[in-house]
Every structure is written in structure tokens, then in C-alpha cells.
Ligand binder design. Structure first.
Ligand SMILES: Nc1ncnc2c1ncn2[C@@H]1O[C@H](COP(=O)(O)OP(=O)(O)OP(=O)(O)O)[C@@H](O)[C@H]1O
Ligand SMILES: Nc1nc2c(ncn2[C@@H]2O[C@H](COP(=O)(O)O)[C@@H](O)[C@H]2O)c(=O)[nH]1
Length: 400
């Protein structure tokens, strides 16, 4: 982490070269790094989310960057602190506990990759929500259509409902009988999904058996925020994309005992037309080839006898039959009151909040530890720890 060259304007009257002024009424903040000033726009009463604009001193121009990720909702004001020269921590004033900490990424690997994708000369920034604590590694399950991925996942979710959560994918294929929108898939128009992919809302996507399928970042984060371990049922192309993403996961490939048995299962399921079955079986050959020989997967399991395969899956996941209580939800309730100021020292952000009366203010100091940050855009930023400081005894008391 750098020194804190960041500065926050609560009431700035400073004008930039081309006449743009920070709007004191809407409590904008600005952070300087290199030749750029990043202005985080406050609430002007009209916008529903926080906006961003950049003043580039080298060109004396204002730039409106491409802003990726889910934007924080507008708030009554916020504080901004530059971390590591590559991201800005935003602390929203008076926001709910699960909405008060955000990161605006300026120069992380993800942002650099996105800049390249946008041609290299476009300014790109990305929002990432800050979440306290860590989430367990997601589980990616792949294998040819009809091999039994869904059956195995359903068994796992039924036996451990509070431990695992399913990443609900988007697809452009039509729902099958008994499939529910938002439960089995988010059934989506192709043009809508393509737009959302372009907006950076997807962790991965692929064309599978003639339709578009994809895992939205939100689908994975929603599960993690519930304190559950996320399971993704995706094809091999999708698994490869996740492997190349910043998301750390465990990769499991399910293979059938034979192609004949795979065909029998697909037909017996009775959900596809004859043409679709042929297409899925043709694709299965390539998927098997890639799944087994690419080194992409951490574990390869045969699904011959369902019960045997399920037991093996449980072993791989370290479920030896003695499962403790579900992990605590990561977004534990804690009220970050209306914030007054924040400063940064050695990976610790000191937040003074609440009343300005000296005596009471000393009781309202919170320390945000950012030394173990993990993840980040396109997902949430995890590993944040919050402590309340009892300044009378100088003790740090963890608030969770
Ligand atoms: N070990 C097994 N032995 C016999 N039948 C099985 C076995 N595992 C799954 N099945 C059956 O095979 C069919 C296909 O299973 P499932 O729908 O779980 O496959 P899938 O891999 O999720 O397919 P898709 O990728 O198309 O969603 C189902 O009817 C299921 O009941
Ligand atoms: N790359 C992705 N593949 C996905 C996703 N969701 C499902 N899938 C895979 O598609 C096939 C077909 O599924 P079906 O429900 O139409 O039978 C199967 O292999 C799934 O694993 C996704 O989000 N991304």
C-alpha cells in the first residue's frame, strides 16, 4: 500500500484547468494518482448510482471512462482512500452494513485486460463490492451432457443445503418442462445476454450445443455472500475461462463409463429432440478429449454407479460424513454509522464516525484492515476485517 497521497474533498472549491469544479453540494471526492484525478461523483439527488470522471493533467482533458461492474447506489456522501496506487476504497456514509464498502479499481490486472479489450486508449475503471471475511473456493463441475452432473449436484445440495449453493447460469435456450426461471437458469434473450456480456457482467460464457450459456459474476457472489460454497455446472470451455480468471476454484470433470451409456442416459432423460441428442453426443467426444487430457481439471470422476461417484465426489470435497455447522454468512451485521473521516496507516484504515463531540468520537473509531484483500473485479473484494477501537483502554475489539 502506498502512503496515502489520496485526498478527499468534502467541500472543495478548487477548480481544474478547464473549469470543471468539484460539486460540494453533492459531496464529490477526488483522488490523485500520477497525472490523473479520479472524481467520484456524489449524490446529486438525481443519479441512482455513484458516477466517475477523470481529469488527465497531461492532456488537460476530462474523460468519462468505461465503468465496469455493478455500481454502488448513490449515497449521502462518501470517503475515498487510495490503496496500492491501483484502487480506491470508498466508504459510503450512512449506508447499510452490506453496502458501505466499495472499491473502484483503476489499474488492477482485470482493468488492464479490459483496457486492452477496449483498444488500449480507452479509460476503464471497475467497481467491486467490499465484503468482510473470506468465501470458500467455488467448485466447477464439467462433463458431457447427460453424464450426471446435475444429478450429482442435486444430491449434494439436498444433503448439505446450508453448505452449498448453486450458481444459476444464464442461457438463451428454451426452458424444459418443470424448469423454472431464476431457479434452474435465468432464461434470457440473446441480445440482452450479449449486452450484459459486453458490460462485463459475466465471469465466463460460451456457445454450447448451439445456445449461449454464461455464469454472471452476481450468480457466484450471491452464493458466497450467503456464506455458502458455490457450485458451477458449466461446460469445458467455461471451465477453461474460469481457470484463466482471478477466481480460484476446484475443477472436477465427470466422465461416463462409455459413450453408449451416455447416449442411453440422454435418451432416457427425454428432454432433447433426436437432432439435439445427436449434436450433444458429437460434442461429447470433444469434451471428453479435452476434459481428460488438458490438465485443466483437478479431479476426474467416473460416473458409473451413481452412489459410488457421489461418495467419491464427497471425498474430493473433504466431506467425510461429519459436517459441522454451516459457515457464518460473510456479510455479518454491523452498523457503520455516518462516517466523518478516514485515514490510512500501514494497511489499516482508521474511520472516525458518528458524533464530532470529542468525548463520544473517541468511542466511535473503527479500524478497517485491508492487509488481506482477495478477489476483486469482476467479483467482490473479500478479506476485509473490521474492528471497533475502544480508545479508553486502547484495545482492539473485533466487531464480528
Ligand atoms: N450413474 C448414473 N447411472 C444411471 N443414470 C444416471 C446416472 N447419473 C445420472 N443418471 C441419469 O442420467 C440422466 C442425465 O443426468 P443429468 O441430467 O444429471 O446429466 P447432466 O450431466 O446434468 O446433463 P446436462 O449437461 O445436459 O445438463 C438423468 O436422467 C439421470 O437420472
Ligand atoms: N460455459 C457454460 N456452460 C454452461 C453453463 N450452464 C450450463 N452449462 C453447460 O451447458 C450444457 C448444457 O446444459 P443443459 O442444461 O442445456 O443440458 C451442460 O454441459 C452444462 O454444463 C454456463 O453458465 N456456462
Amino acid at each position: 500500500m502506498g502512503e496515502a497521497p489520496a485526498f478527499c474533498y468534502e467541500n472543495p472549491l478548487k477548480e481544474f484547468a478547464n473549469g470543471n469544479t468539484l460539486k460540494s453540494k453533492s459531496a464529490e471526492t477526488a483522488i490523485v494518482t500520477g497525472s490523473k484525478k479520479y472524481v467520484i461523483e456524489g449524490s446529486d439527488g438525481k443519479s441512482t448510482s455513484l458516477g466517475v470522471r477523470i481529469y488527465d493533467e497531461s492532456t488537460a482533458q476530462w474523460v468519462h471512462p468505461v465503468v465496469l461492474g455493478t455500481k454502488p447506489r448513490a449515497c449521502k456522501g462518501h470517503l475515498a482512500v487510495l490503496l496500492n496506487e491501483d484502487r480506491i476504497l470508498i466508504i459510503k456514509k450512512g449506508a447499510s452494513p452490506d453496502d458501505c464498502l466499495w472499491f473502484l479499481e483503476l489499474d488492477t490486472q482485470y482493468v488492464r485486460d479490459q483496457k486492452t479489450m477496449h483498444g488500449g486508449n480507452t479509460e476503464v475503471v471497475a467497481w467491486s463490492k467490499g465484503v468482510r471475511g473470506d468465501a470458500e473456493m467455488p467448485i466447477v463441475i464439467s462433463g458431457p451432457s447427460g453424464v450426471g452432473k446435475g444429478t450429482l449436484i442435486n444430491k449434494l445440495m439436498k444433503e448439505y443445503p446450508s453448505m452449498f449453493g448453486f450458481s444459476v447460469s444464464h442461457t438463451t435456450r428454451a426452458p424444459r418442462v418443470k424448469e423454472e426461471d431464476g431457479v434452474h437458469y435465468h432464461f434470457t434473450e440473446k441480445s440482452v445476454m450479449e449486452k450484459e456480456i459486453k458490460d462485463g457482467k459475466f465471469l465466463e460464457y460460451a456457445s454450447v450445443h448451439g445456445n449461449l450459456y454464461g455464469t454472471s459474476i452476481e450468480a457466484v457472489e450471491v452464493v458466497a455472500d450467503e456464506g455458502k460454497r458455490c457450485i458451477l455446472d458449466i461446460d469445458v470451455q467455461g471451465a477453461r475461462s474460469v481457470r484463466q480468471s482471478p477466481v480460484e476454484a476446484i475443477f472436477i470433470f465427470i466422465r461416463p463409463p462409455s459413450m453408449e451409456e451416455l447416449e442411453r442416459r440422454l435418451r432416457a432423460r427425454g428432454t432433447e429432440t433426436e437432432a439435439q441428442i445427436s449434436k450433444r453426443l458429437r460434442n461429447a467426444e470433444a469434451e471428453l478429449e479435452q476434459g481428460i487430457s488438458s490438465g485443466l481439471f483437478d479431479h476426474i470422476l467416473y460416473n458409473d454407479e451413481l452412489e459410488d461417484c457421489y461418495q467419491r465426489l464427497k471425498e474430493v470435497l473433504g466431506l467425510d460424513g461429519n459436517v459441522g455447522a454451516a459457515p457464518n454468512p460473510v456479510s455479518r451485521g454491523f452498523d457503520l454509522p455516518v462516517v466523518h473521516s478516514a485515514s490510512e496507516l500501514d494497511n489499516q484504515i482508521i474511520i472516525d464516525c458518528g458524533t464530532q463531540e470529542l468525548e463520544k468520537a473517541s468511542k466511535n473509531r473503527i479500524v478497517l484492515d485491508v492487509s488481506r484483500l482477495r478477489g476483486g473485479a469482476p467479483g467482490h473484494t473479500r478479506g476485509l476485517d473490521l474492528y471497533a477501537v475502544n480508545s479508553f483502554s486502547d484495545e482492539l475489539k473485533e466487531v464480528r
